[in-house]
Design a protein around this ligand. Structure first.
Ligand code: CP
Length: 358
């Protein structure tokens, strides 16, 4: 039994194997049509979703398995005060694997502490979204044909854009990948992601001007400004239209530069760009279903898999007010390995000085 809470829970070889399985599913769908007959997936979505939830459900059905779900988690016993830990302990008695989305950062880690079956993180607040990254990687593989030697531009909300954090964690494992970080000051990457880039000696530069950055890119990853993560709406209004990709701007890009977006989009890609063959974001959604099929198959059929949770130490409250530890009765835990005297919260990864237990 193992969980996929972050993309780094899958090593590079395993990602390659998932890509190979996804490609095999395209070639031989009949081979997979009944492969998980009798197995069940639960989708626990405490936050809105179209693609992730429906593609998880379609993925399990196309593997011959079944799906149970709660149409609206606010009408589950969570409304009566049931904890996330208790919920997954119960649901884990009914299914073989759980895909879970939650608005609070580190919620997937909290669920995995209690779950008797594999937990797949389908997005935890502004933290990470590993299966979106699997969709992104299959799209890069199919459209560009390599993961090495790429210049990847990440544009928009790099602060709250969980898909950006997971994609960086995945791509920095490949050779000669350069990241171009395109955002206003208010939406720059969180310090724990920058620290990961620095620790890996990854090449990156910050260029706030999209027109300037676009000319060198092999992949342009556009993101929506995540309105739901802002505490102050006026702050959101100030940055919401900071980047809009248009057909005019696409003229500046290389002829083979692909455009990705996890979707949903609001204003950040003009609809006229959809007709550009380099716009790969709708193909990306199909790739998400294929990679979720490959991942579910792996987790449900894997024998002797062990989830290697990093060693942790205890401490005081996490400084991140959006961390799940502020909303559920959970012992604060920190990754044991410190960086410059700072520890990462084991749930949400926010870097901090270890406060005394209170
Ligand atoms: N990309 C993504 O996570 O989309 P949904 O929010 O619709 O699931």
């Amino acid at each position: 039994m193992r969980h996929v809470l972050d993309i780094t829970d899958l090593n590079v070889k395993e990602v390659d194997e998932l890509v190979a399985t996804a490609e095999d599913i395209v070639r031989n769908p009949a081979k997979y049509a009944h492969i998980l007959a009798g197995k069940k997936l639960a989708t626990l979505f405490y936050e809105p979703s179209t693609r992730t939830r429906m593609s998880f459900e379609a993925a399990m059905l196309e593997l011959g398995g079944s799906v149970i779900s709660c149409a609206d988690m606010s009408r589950s016993s969570a409304a009566k005060g049931e904890t996330l830990g208790d919920t997954v302990r119960v649901v884990g008695n009914y299914v073989d694997v759980i895909a879970m989305r939650h608005p609070y950062e580190g919620a997937a880690y909290a669920a995995a502490l209690k779950s008797p079956v594999p937990v797949i993180n389908a997005g935890d607040g502004g933290h990470c979204h590993p299966t979106q990254t699997l969709a992104d990687l299959l799209t890069i593989h199919r459209e560009v044909g390599r993961f090495d030697n790429l210049t990847v531009g990440l544009c928009g909300d790099l602060k709250y854009g969980r898909t950006v954090h997971s994609l960086i964690n995945a791509m920095l494992r490949y050779k000669n990948v350069k990241f171009v970080l395109i955002s206003p000051d208010e939406l720059k990457l969180p310090s724990y992601v920058l620290e990961t880039l620095d620790k890996a000696h990854a090449k990156y530069e910050e260029i706030p001007d999209l027109e300037k950055a676009i000319v060198d890119l092999d992949v342009l990853y556009m993101t929506r400004v995540q309105k739901e993560r802002f505490d102050d709406e006026s702050e959101y209004n100030r940055v919401k239209d900071c980047y809009v990709l248009t057909a005019e701007k696409m003229k500046l890009a290389k002829k083979e530069c692909i455009v990705l977006h996890p979707l949903p989009r609001v204003n950040e890609i003009a609809e006229e760009v959809d007709d550009d063959p380099r716009a790969a974001y709708f193909r990306q959604t199909l790739n998400g279903k294929l990679m979720r099929m490959a991942l579910i198959l792996k987790l449900v059929t894997e024998k002797d898999a062990v989830y290697r949770r990093e060693e942790t130490v205890s401490g005081g409250k996490c400084v991140n007010k959006k961390c799940i530890t502020h909303f559920e009765k959970l012992a604060p835990l920190y990754k044991a390995e410190a960086e410059n005297g700072m520890h990462k919260c084991a749930y949400c990864e926010t870097l901090q000085k270890l406060a005394d237990k209170k």
